[in-house]
Design a protein around this ligand. Structure first.
Ligand code: ARG
Length: 459
């Protein structure tokens, strides 16, 4: 069964075979493995490394195998050592060893696996970016729809200043846009062909790596054969990008969990994306948001696994590197699923502007505006801050909010207050006063929305 039987007299211990075997997890690379082999076989024929007629038979055999595996007419032999052996043994059965045995000329499993994984990750990246774009589009649409909604913006988790819900949602849009840029950047370094490096040192056969690169949609070839088979930077880089993306999802998920708690009531998620309790009949739990938050830990774990896996390895290929696949697959699967579930959850989100407004009653979140009003009339801001601090203290003692103050009451604290101060301290006025570039005023958020739409057009 093994591809390397010739040198061995004894048989492999059964437990060692299982321990060594990667087919249980690398079988999902079958498409990439066959596609890579087709390009390699075409090149071998074109270069006269194997007879053109044999190369053509190999290509046709591989294409038929691909179709049969895709339709379920054929399945991988479960006892094979890895995906490469599995595909090759099936090709042997179909074409005979005279022809099929020529496919592995000028190639090693070391450059083959590096190629397979890069091809796989490229497709996974495309899928992830397409899901991410959907989520970014959705955030822009939600921001457009909620320009009239104000909620308490927070620092230290305390009410700080009123902000537009649109502004808050767009903050996540920009985080996810940076993630998208990072993924696009990762793709550039990923999209280089390792095949042709052989086991580590290159090959004496007159191969044409540029041809294979083009066939497989790579932008070029890895320039150093040792680096080509030893490098897993692309996997680490992807997991780092995925970790940061997952971190952003997790923060948004946490806000949704919090906002759907009764004390907040800022959002209600639909029945389709929430679940109940087996004991407490009243419960409607935001499990999807909680799981997105929870799964962040495993993506970080995948990154840590890869970094730790690679850190002490001498050049070039080491069997340790077989352990790269499970964390990489897991990170890609998890983050892509979480992006699409975040989208699904937000689709049902019913925001509650009234509750947000209620939350700002008596919360002093427009105290800065009161100080700004004095400062605008020439009072030094530090002095204005002190005066308003005293007003807040007085209101707390009287158990009233800023909105309950009359002009007379304000002037009792400081005669320099004018009627404009009262107009300035509604949450809407406060938010809409912040017209600075990137600020939360409606005009500034509308300008921001234009930038967001332009950024969507780029990606
Ligand atoms: N299953 C191996 C892996 O995933 C494929 C490459 C094996 N190369 C070798 N020389 N044993 O890394």
């Amino acid at each position: 069964m093994a591809l390397w039987g010739g040198r061995f007299e004894g048989t492999t211990d059964a437990l060692v075979w299982t321990f060594n075997q990667s087919l249980p997890f690398d079988q999902r690379l079958w498409r990439e493995d066959i596609t890579g082999s087709i390009a390699h076989a075409k090149m071998l024929g074109r270069q006269g490394i194997v007879p053109e007629s044999d190369a053509a038979k190999i290509v046709a055999g591989l294409e038929a195998l691909y179709a049969d595996l895709a339709s379920g007419a054929a399945s991988l032999p479960p006892e094979a050592e890895d995906i490469h052996s599995a595909v090759e043994s099936m090709l042997f059965a179909r074409l005979g060893k005279e022809v099929a045995g020529k496919l592995h000329t000028a190639r090693s499993r070391n450059d083959q696996i590096a190629t397979d994984v890069r091809l796989w990750l490229r497709t996974a990246l495309d899928e992830l970016q397409s899901e991410l774009t959907k989520l970014r589009v959705q955030l822009v649409a939600l921001a457009e729809a909620n320009l009239g909604t104000v909620l308490p913006g927070r620092t230290h988790h305390q009410h700080a200043q009123p902000v537009l819900l649109s502004h808050h949602l767009l903050a996540y849009f920009w985080m996810l846009s940076r993630d998208d840029e990072r993924l696009a950047d990762c793709r550039k370094r990923l999209n280089r062909l390792p095949l042709g490096a052989g086991a580590l040192a290159g090959t004496p056969f007159p191969i044409d790596r540029e041809f294979v690169a083009k066939e497989l949609g790579f932008d070029g070839v890895c320039p150093n054969s040792l680096d080509a088979v030893a490098d897993r930077d692309f996997a680490v880089e992807f997991c780092a990008d995925a970790s940061l993306l997952q971190l952003h999802l997790s923060r948004l998920a946490e806000e949704l969990v919090l906002w759907s708690a009764p004390e907040f009531g800022f959002v209600e998620l639909a029945d389709s994306v929430t679940t109940g309790s087996s004991i407490m009949p009243q419960k409607k739990n935001p499990d999807v948001a909680e799981l997105i938050r929870g799964k962040t830990g495993r993506v970080y774990g995948d990154l840590t696994t890869l970094l730790t896996l690679m850190k002490g390895l001498v050049l070039t290929y080491n069997k340790d590197m077989q352990e790269d696949k499970e964390p990489l697959f897991d990170a890609a699967d998890t983050v892509t699923l979480c992006v699409s579930l975040m989208h699904r959850m937000l689709e049902t989100a019913a925001f509650k502007p009234e509750r947000m407004k209620q939350a700002m009653r008596g919360d002093f979140s427009t105290a800065t505006d009161l100080a700004d009003a004095l400062a605008a009339d020439g009072v030094p801001f530090r002095e204005a801050h002190e005066i308003v601090g005293r007003i807040v203290r007085g209101c707390i003692a009287e158990k009233i909010g800023l909105e309950d103050l009359t002009l007379e009451a304000l002037q009792a604290y400081d005669p320099r207050f004018t009627a404009t101060a009262l107009d300035a301290i509604t949450p809407e006025a406060s938010a809409n006063a912040r017209t600075s570039q990137g600020g939360t005023a409606r005009v500034a958020v509308e300008a921001q929305l234009q930038l967001a739409r332009a950024s969507l057009e780029q990606h």
